[in-house]
Design a protein around this ligand. Structure first.
Ligand SMILES: [Zn+2]
Length: 140
């Protein structure tokens, strides 16, 4: 059964078993968790950061942006959470998914020390080390 809305639950820690239709928000960890809105039972973790998701709470309901694309699940569901309601997004082409992943990876690569997403491969960044720069300068 697909879920039509998510009720915010502000928690300190995520419970072991999430209930469908609840959006658990652990603000201390800047992370939310819910069960996939398609009803498949997969746990969806949405960390909040400038390069992940942003949440807004209007006092009653929560909105998340950007959309949630569960490409790693069998269901491949894709939806928005707007004012607590699930709004299904159209099917995205594989190309659009890959482009989105590239953008994600690039955005994350600019923030060193961040753990990478499970299915996002980060490109190697070839920034010369400080020592290298220093050596160059010595030679110069
Ligand atoms: Zn699902």
């Amino acid at each position: 059964m697909s879920i039509k809305s998510l009720t915010p639950q502000f928690v300190e820690h995520f419970p072991e078993r999430l209930k469908p239709g609840e959006l658990y928000l652990a603000m201390e960890f800047a992370t939310a968790a819910h069960l996939c809105a398609c009803g498949c039972g997969n746990k969806v973790i949405t960390p909040f950061s400038p390069t992940d998701w942003q949440m807004s709470f209007d006092g009653e309901t929560v909105s998340l942006k950007p959309s949630i694309g569960n490409w790693t699940f069998k269901c491949r569901s894709h939806y928005w959470v707007r004012s607590g309601r699930i709004e299904w997004a159209g099917n995205m082409s594989q190309e659009a998914i890959n482009a989105g992943r590239r953008r994600d990876a690039e955005a994350k690569a600019r923030q060193p020390g961040r753990p990478s997403g499970e299915d996002i491969r980060q490109p190697e960044t070839q920034t010369p080390s400080l020592l290298g720069k220093f050596k160059k300068w010595l030679r110069f």
